[in-house]
Write a protein that binds this ligand. Structure first.
Ligand SMILES: [Zn+2]
Length: 243
């Protein structure tokens, strides 16, 4: 399979599906596309009409450094998960709604085309984080089943402290992937994003990441699992269904 993972921010891929990525990267081609750099930009009010940063030169430099650090973390995390194909679109964090959706769709379409993508993982439509919701919208539009489309499956993952903090909670997993052997790699990859890790009982802590994997495992007969909601799945031959 040629797999595309569309994430709003660096760390979403590890939090949402680090164990599954470790599992899939052994046998499949995976590319991870990060829409935003993940560092909150501080801009002048009225940014839409006057797109200027309301920060000094020094602060700007500091922010650029933070962005580079975050990219380094992403590369280290993904290396641990067996992935080296990464692209950063560098769109502004928590401001994807300021970017024409069509621009994001075109970038995802380009990735689908160039990498002959058949399988896509992305965020869930009902997420508290607007960037996550935009990533979902842009992805399902780019992957729409037009004649000749090679996309066979689209899956949504859950981001603790974002998807589950959305009210009402609508994430309904219907695909359970065993990650008993891969959980330790997910935890290691998560540690690569040490700025993003919180203390227990925050949903983005090490303890809770393990607890969530065990909980999903308990619902599927595995010691640990990651879960997905199947957004779209099609096949012309059942026997070729590989996931
Ligand atoms: Zn995110």
């Amino acid at each position: 399979m040629n797999i595309l993972v569309v994430c709003a921010h660096p760390d979403d891929e590890t939090i949402g599906m680090g164990g599954t990525l470790k599992k899939l990267s052994k046998h499949h081609n995976i590319k991870v596309l990060f829409l935003s750099e993940g560092i909150t930009a501080r801009r002048k009010s009225g940014y839409v009409s006057t797109p200027q940063y309301d920060i000094s030169h020094d602060e700007m430099k500091k922010m650029e450094k933070e962005i580079q650090t975050r990219k380094k973390h992403a590369k280290s995390a993904l290396k641990l998960l067996g992935i080296n194909k990464i692209r950063f679109l560098d769109l502004p964090n928590q401001e994807l709604d300021q970017i024409p959706l069509l621009k994001i769709i075109k970038e995802i379409e380009k990735e689908i085309e160039e990498n002959k993508i058949t399988t896509i993982f992305t965020h869930h439509y009902n997420d508290l984080n607007l960037d996550h919701r935009i990533a979902y919208e842009a992805t399902i539009t780019a992957a729409r089943p037009i004649p000749g489309s090679k996309i066979s499956s689209i899956f949504s993952f859950e981001i603790p402290a974002a998807t589950d903090w959305r009210k009402p909670y609508e994430f309904k997993p219907n695909l359970y992937v065993e990650i008993t052997s891969e959980l330790k790699y997910k935890i290691k990859a998560l540690a690569a994003y040490h700025y993003e890790i919180r203390k227990s009982p925050h949903p983005r802590s090490k303890d809770m990441t393990e607890a969530v994997a065990k909980r999903w495992g308990s619902l599927s007969g595995y010691k640990a699992a990651e879960v997905f909601e199947i957004v779209h799945s099609r096949t012309s031959k059942f026997e070729t269904l590989t996931f």
